[in-house]
Write a protein that binds this ligand. Structure first.
Ligand code: GTP
Ligand code: MG
Length: 692
């Protein structure tokens, strides 16, 4: 357990810690000379049960509230020290407001210097204290008279602390490791040592950590927890870590840094949060108000963006966006305290809701609904609520990172929400089981309708389909979903086309007869220079319009491609030409080839060769600069056949077989190939797998 002091200057905080622990935490020369505390002081006290209580003693001077704030995060129990002679003073109020804003709900009021106050005076101050605490988390806190001069109350207080330490549940060591650095120094013989409170998770000797926000990485060489050497430090303990690594020095790490599990390193300068304005404030908070934001042991300048319509009035709470001067290392659910820019007073505080707050559309109804979900008390409730409102999906890896959840916790939260995970490149999409069913039904219905409306088309394109469906999943996740459904034979994926498995495009008997006559003209030695529509009509003595119409239909079916106006090539020939340009490109040292090189390979004359290359340019298969072209490897599979059903007698008309599975034409994949997750990447909760 970590006990922190709080209270006005000179009210006896340091003397109290000394009386309890025997340690004088005022060690700075200036502190001695001035008789006041300036920076944080630390002491430890062994308990009879073998555990160790840690103490953080804070300065009461109004100029050093920022130091008090750096120490207050991570405190489990507060000793609010109020001198019986002086009574309630300004920093009594301010420190109380701060611990209240930080959500530290446990503590005792120590009526210090009790030897200096007569019984009537004690009663008077006690009444003031009750008045002060009303409406705070400490409303029912015990008030204990203590004197470090006479010893009154000291032993009783120590016993109370041992009792509390026994009853307080150790903070869960779940979550990923985070330690808020309050000191960094060099220890002769050991090197760089940092100290601070472990906010979540655990750290072991040998662990790799990252210093956030700087990104410096290091290894934990040794650990002291609650002042004792150990192999492992856990949440709720004060730890000293001896760090090793390139660039690690006491100068490279400072108070305010976070030592964290490398997975958590994602600093942010724009955070949506709840914000409460203290009722002691005279004026409401207006748009873009500058503030000093204190989070864990760090302090940063920033602005408040109001997300509601009206200014925030004293004593009220609202959702806001903090736009910070520089990024900080935080977690959703963390508390913060805000002071005015001249650091004269505390104005309020809040709780972080979303570390990836949007700069635009930050206060629309959908966004505010998301923030309401994020404001729920624990991450699991937030996750369930988020999945139940637009956009109806989220990236679970980012969610787990921003809430500092460990793998097991994140997995358990997803399981308990009955949600479905889809692993795509670089992210994991989660949707609720209900959304998944709605989505799948919508997808199948859309395909069915499409086939009714367009019986002559083999299917609908991946991207147009994605844009029609609700929820509109991000492209990389969408393709993984399609692949999963295709593996379950719920849909069929032919390259860039999606269709129902039973759907086939059929030619009429007349069309089929004509195609049987046309197909041989497109094959053979002349396949790179096939006859045009008019020539075919002449050769077969049929109407030009009929030939054109049939070839256009076959084009939509993926059997032929209209390379130039009225000039159709078999899809297999186009695939063959793709292989040829790949070969030409591979032969050139810089991957660039000329139209002449291509023409020599296909031997079809300059004009046709250029038309073919321009066709490839249009489809992004080749990238042209001047007379030279190079291959765009992401588009190579655009014209490869994926083994669809045979179309009547002419089913094999495309000549040569291409690989059975084509990679989808995936435009929004930001130039990267989507990771083709196995079927396992589409994990469904029990019972929903076959549901439609
Ligand atoms: N009579 C009397 N004096 C006390 C008692 N406790 C502390 N003092 C005196 O009060 C003065 C201030 O005590 P500190 O413990 O330094 O006060 P503090 O709250 O730590 O002050 P800051 O850290 O500067 O905010 C010192 O001169 C102490 O000797 C007490 O119980 N009785
Ligand atoms: Mg002091």
């Amino acid at each position: 357990m970590i006990v922190g002091t709080a209270g006005h200057i000179d009210h006896g905080k340091t003397a109290l810690v000394r009386a309890l622990t025997g340690v004088d935490t005022d060690r700075l020369k200036e502190e001695k000379a001035r008789g006041i505390s300036i920076d944080l002081g630390f002491a430890y006290m062994p308990a009879p049960d073998g555990s160790v209580l840690g103490f953080v003693d804070v300065p009461g001077h109004e100029k050093f509230v920022h130091n008090m704030l750096a120490g207050a995060t991570g405190i489990d129990f507060v000793l609010l020290v109020i001198a019986a002679d002086d009574g309630v003073m300004p920093q009594t109020r301010e420190h109380l407001a701060i611990v209240d804003l930080l959500g530290i709900g446990r503590g005792i009021v120590v009526l210090s210097k009790s030897d200096l106050a007569s019984p009537p005076r004690r009663a008077e101050v006690t009444a003031d204290i009750e008045h002060l605490l009303a409406g705070t988390a400490f409303a029912d806190a015990e008030v204990l008279p203590v004197s470090t001069v006479t010893g009154e109350g000291v032993d009783a207080l120590r016993e109370r602390l041992f009792d509390v330490a026994r009853s307080i549940h150790a903070r869960s060591a779940g979550g990923r490791f985070r330690l808020a650095v309050d000191r960094s120094f060099t220890l002769p013989g050991a090197g760089t040592v940092v100290t601070g409170t472990v906010l979540s998770g655990a750290v072991s000797v040998g662990d790799r950590i990252v210093v956030s926000p700087s990104g410096l990485s290091a290894r934990v060489r040794s650990i002291h927890a609650q002042n004792r050497p150990t192999e492992r430090g856990v949440a709720g303990e004060r730890c000293a870590l001896n760090l090793a690594g390139d660039g690690v020095s006491k100068e490279a790490i400072a108070r305010g840094d976070m030592i964290a599990d490398p997975e958590l390193h994602a600093p942010t300068a724009r955070i949506d949060a709840t914000f409460k304005l203290l009722d002691s404030e005279a004026k409401p908070v207006g748009q873009w108000m500058p503030v000093r934001l204190h989070h864990a042991a760090s302090e940063v300048g920033g602005r408040i963006v109001l997300l509601g319509d009206a200014p925030i009035t004293p004593g009220s709470e609202a959702v806001v966006q903090f736009v910070l001067d520089r990024p900080i290392a935080a977690a959703a659910g963390d508390r913060c305290v805000l002071r005015n820019t001249t650091a004269q007073r505390t104005i309020g505080g809040g709780k972080f809701l979303d570390l990836r707050a949007p700069a635009r559309k930050r206060r629309g109804p959908e966004r505010l609904a998301q923030l309401a979900a994020l404001a729920l008390p624990d991450p699991e409730a937030a996750l369930a609520a988020l999945l139940d409102r637009p956009p109806f999906y989220l990236d679970s890896s980012a969610f787990a990172r921003d809430w500092a959840l460990g793998d097991a916790e994140a997995a358990a939260a997803i399981r308990r929400c009955d949600a479905i995970e889809v692993k795509a490149s670089g992210s994991t999409l989660v949707v609720s089981a209900a959304t998944w069913l709605r989505f799948k039904r919508g997808l199948l219905a859309t395909l069915q309708q499409f086939h009714v409306d367009h019986p002559d088309r083999q299917g609908i394109g991946v991207e147009p389909l994605r844009l029609q469906l609700q929820p509109r999943l991000p492209a990389p996740g969408f393709i993984v979903v399609l692949q999963g459904l295709a593996r379950m034979a719920e849909i069929a994926l032919d390259g860039a086309w999606v269709r129902l498995p039973g759907h086939t495009v059929r030619l009429t008997p007349d069309e089929e007869r004509l195609w049987v006559r046309i197909a041989p003209l497109l094959r053979g030695n002349d396949r790179f220079r096939p006859p045009r529509v008019r020539d075919i009509a002449g050769l077969l003595a049929v109407r030009e319009a009929d030939v054109r119409c049939l070839l256009k239909l076959l084009g939509r079916m993926g059997k032929v491609d209209e390379v130039a106006h009225d000039h159709f090539f078999l899809r297999g020939t186009v695939a063959e030409m793709v292989d040829i340009i790949v070969g030409e490109s591979a032969r050139a040292p810089d991957g660039r080839f000329t139209a002449a090189q291509f023409r020599d390979r296909v031997d079809n004359g300059r004009k046709v060769a250029i038309q073919i290359l321009e066709f490839f340019d249009r489809h992004g298969v080749t990238l042209r600069r001047g007379d030279l072209r190079r291959i765009n490897k992401h588009r190579l599979d655009l014209f490869r056949r994926s083994g669809g059903e045979a179309v009547g007698a002419a089913g094999n008309a495309s000549g040569r077989e291409s690989p059975p599975v084509g990679r989808p034409d995936f435009k929004s994949g930001r130039g990267r190939e989507p990771v083709l997750g196995g079927f396992d990447s589409l994990s469904l909760p029990p019972g929903s797998r076959n549901a439609r």
